[in-house]
Design a protein around this ligand. Structure first.
Ligand code: AGP
Length: 605
């Protein structure tokens, strides 16, 4: 996810662009840049680092012009660097482009350009857009834009300037947000409302493949067939703070809602994008491994706890899940036949970095699943794939976790297939289950009343237990952590069958217990645990797949998730657990996006 902005008016464009980029920094912040046109030439200033660095550079070396576009980056293709920053120019520096999204067929387009003598100079997917547009530009910018977007696969929101047509900015999008803000004498394009809210509350929303031409005199819209499109503006009533969160009260809730989209994009990147090539190479080596260790911290480690069950079920290979802070000091039994998988949203967690280096020192093959492109763990492991979660602002991890799960599922299936443990038909069945997950997440989010009402009843609990068996136990640990870090309520996750070996002594009148029962084959066992705690006075929230056998009573509330293969059910039960923790914390008035004592990335030991 990146932030783009454009300004055209009678003032110098740079201040508007920098101010707008600052308002979009939550969309990405590893590098930034501007392109400004003075009516004849472009000046481009772009660099790795935060927007403040770019602002400082522009103070020291001002650029002037009344038309400009800007970009703040969350890298997906090509690590953060000055060169890979946006805006990107065509070969003759005639067209400048800023892009938010993923061009899935960028390699094919780079090859096509190369055959025409046009070599891309960056590692990014986005550069192909600028190069193609300039290749097609013969004096009609709209025509060049249409020819280009007709070849793009994937998602995009584009801001486009042309040196030969300096009195306009063109905007076009597909699957990514792009708005047009207009007021007398000037106009804006932006990824999101906060970038323009200081100057206008009148905005237009672009639909997919609609083209906006923004000039000093107003904005016009046309479709991909060059037919005029009439649009009515919306008046934004939000406060700035609310606008930054897209109208959600907290970044965490916004990021919970982003999960269907980012899970789908992560699947796409694993099935046919940059990540697929890495999995292809890694899976050539599967026969050389006799052991798999998954190591990470916190929520990231729990994604490993979940996938342990899947690996052992379909690959029939032993998998150890070890906390990185333990792994690094445990004199681990690791050698060249060990595959060590490291999972990290930030790619900068100190314990996980140390575990990675320990594993490498002992000869292991290391494979990382990371969200932050160009981060330490991503760069130092032998193999790396990136989740497409985009920047995760809330300290409590939600969408990053969901994209870690989906990445691990797909890797596991690839691994099993390469070992010959599953056939083509089984492989396709798994993939069709996985591809249905985004829509199933959406339906859970849209039907969250049970969870919201239950949270309102138990937010004053002194402690809350989470129980489950098998893969449900693994995801119960994530549910417990979410509650602790968001609502500051003591919580424990317990294997259901283990309760009677001591912990059940803590269950008393009105104790809240969350039971996860998506493993239908274990229903009678999990239900007997529920009955044991009810007998001692507990109130139970039971999370199950539709069609499950749990029944509502004065002691039990049931929250359903859509039916799914139990191996992938954590992707759905975790949504209920995220919402449960969120609503409890909201009822308690906690600082949801920035919980006390916590940091988004723990870069110290
Ligand atoms: C999860 O909600 C927490 N923010 C924390 O447990 C986090 O998952 C852990 O610190 C690991 O961070 P990483 O994924 O950036 O390595």
């Amino acid at each position: 996810m990146c932030g783009i902005i454009g300004y055209i008016g009678s003032d110098n464009a740079t201040p508007y662009i920098i101010e707008g980029l600052k308002r979009l920094e939550y969309r990405g912040y590893d590098s930034a840049g501007v392109a400004v046109c003075d009516g004849e030439n472009f000046t481009v200033v772009k660099q790795k680092g935060r927007i403040a660095n770019l602002e400082e550079e522009l103070k020291n070396h001002p650029v002037n012009g009344t038309v400009g576009i800007g970009h703040t980056r969350w890298a997906t293709h090509g690590e953060p660097s000055d060169l890979n920053s946006h805006p990107h120019l065509g070969k003759q520096s005639k067209i400048a482009v800023v892009h938010n999204g993923i061009i899935e067929n960028y390699k094919e387009l780079r090859a096509k350009l190369s055959r025409r003598g046009i070599e891309c100079v960056t590692e990014t997917d986005s550069e192909v857009v600028a190069q193609l547009m300039e290749y097609y530009y013969k004096g009609d910018l709209i025509e060049a834009v249409i020819k280009t977007v007709n070849q793009l696969e994937g998602s995009y929101a584009l801001g486009i300037m042309c040196k030969d047509e300096p009195d306009k900015i063109i905007a076009v999008k597909k699957e990514n947000p792009l708005i047009i803000g207009g007021f007398d004498g000037s106009g804006f394009i932006a990824s999101d409302v906060p970038a323009v809210l200081k100057h206008t509350r009148t905005i237009y929303h672009l639909n997919d493949k609609e083209i906006a031409t923004v000039t000093r005199h107003g904005v016009s819209f046309q479709n991909i067939n060059r037919e005029v499109v009439s649009k009515w503006p919306e008046t934004i009533e939000w406060s700035f703070d609310s606008a930054e969160k897209g109208g959600y009260e907290h970044f965490m809730l916004k990021e919970i809602h982003e999960q269907p989209k980012v899970v789908k994009e992560t699947i796409g990147s694993l099935m046919n994008g940059m990540n697929k090539d890495v999995l292809d190479k890694l899976c050539e080596k599967t026969a050389s491994f006799n052991k798999i260790i998954i190591t990470a911290c916190g929520t990231a480690c729990y994604s490993g706890s979940v996938v342990k069950y899947i690996f052992e079920k379909i690959c029939r290979m032993p998998v150890e899940v070890v906390l990185a802070s333990e792994f690094r000091y445990s004199d681990p039994i690791v050698d060249e036949k060990t595959l060590v998988i490291l999972i990290s949203q930030s790619g900068e967690t100190a314990d996980t970095i140390a575990a990675m280096r320990e594993a490498k020192a002992r000869g292991a093959v290391t494979f990382s699943i990371v969200n932050a492109v160009g981060s330490t763990i991503a760069k130092e492991t032998h193999y790396n794939i990136y989740t497409a979660a985009g920047p995760e602002i809330a300290v409590a991890s939600t969408k990053a976790f969901s994209t870690q799960l989906i990445s691990l599922y797909i890797f596991c299936i690839r691994f099993a297939k390469s070992l010959g443990k599953i056939n083509d038909s089984e492989e396709q069945d798994y993939y069709s289950e996985i591809s249905a997950i985004p829509d199933k997440i959406t339906s859970i989010i849209e039907n969250s009343d049970v969870i919201k009402q239950y949270a309102a009843k138990c937010f004053n609990s002194k402690s809350i237990f989470f129980i489950g068996r098998n893969i449900d136990y693994a995801i119960s640990m994530e549910g417990s952590l979410k509650l602790k870090e968001l609502a500051y309520i003591h919580s424990e996750a317990y294997a259901g069958g283990e309760l009677k070996h001591g912990t059940i002594a803590l269950i008393e009148e009105n104790t809240t217990v969350v039971a996860i029962g998506c493993c239908k084959r274990l229903f009678s066992k999990t239900w007997s645990n529920v009955e044991q705690v009810i007998t001692r006075g507990a109130k139970v929230l039971y999370i199950q797949c539709e069609g499950g056998e749990a029944t509502e009573s004065e002691h039990v509330s049931v929250a359903n998730v859509p039916d799914i293969n139990e191996l992938f059910s954590p992707s759905l039960s975790v949504i209920q657990l995220q919402l449960f923790a969120y609503y409890i914390a909201a009822n308690k008035g906690c600082d949801i996006d920035k919980p006390r004592n916590l940091a988004k990335s723990v870069t110290v030991e």
